[in-house]
Write a protein that binds this ligand. Structure first.
Ligand code: SME
Length: 169
């Protein structure tokens, strides 16, 4: 079983002094170890949301929405209670799901149709969960800081999502 007691990235609460790609690679290894050996999708999504929320600085929300019929439904997350159902094509999450691509929003007020679940959120990154051609849902991360996410965060989170998807099957 994975030993969660040692100093995993989500125990430190801040970026160590290293470049972001290196940190995302380290986090990917830890996430893989955290999820390995468990086949319950809810447990793995819950632990992944907690790991990301505590490992990545300056977040006020991190979690999953899963595709249920023609809408996204709230899954495991960390942060304040959030809107439960998001139609495909609505908000940042619904747009990322419809277009099956990551969406990086430096300023949520500048994104037409942004759904404000927590008024503290200023920037957002949404990554679709794709298992081959099949859309499972999205990973959503919110920050209270404007411009919190950059291209390194996007590619780093896309590689983390690939790990999560393998452990949702
Ligand atoms: N802001 C999202 C809604 C989900 S919450 O941020 C948790 C959106 O516009 O889709």
């Amino acid at each position: 079983m994975h030993d969660v007691s040692h100093a995993a990235p989500w125990s430190t609460g801040s970026w160590p002094a290293a470049d972001k790609p290196t940190l995302y690679r380290d986090l990917a290894q830890e996430l893989e170890a955290l999820l390995a050996g468990e086949s319950d999708a809810t447990a793995n999504a819950a632990n992944a949301a907690a790991a990301l929320y505590h490992a990545l600085p300056a977040l006020n929300w991190a979690g999953f929405y899963f595709l249920r019929g023609d809408e996204l439904v709230l899954g495991p997350f960390q942060g304040k209670p959030a809107c439960v159902r998001i139609p495909i094509g609505r908000g940042v999450c619904g747009t990322a799901a419809r277009d099956r691509r990551s969406i990086l929003v430096p300023d949520v007020d500048a994104f037409p149709g942004h759904i404000a679940c927590d008024s503290a959120s200023r920037s957002e990154l949404v990554v679709p969960l794709l298992d081959g051609d099949r859309l499972l849902g999205v990973l959503d991360m919110d920050s209270p800081d404007l411009g919190r996410f950059d291209a390194d965060d996007q590619s780093g989170c896309e590689s983390l999502v690939a790990i999560v998807v393998r452990h949702l099957r």
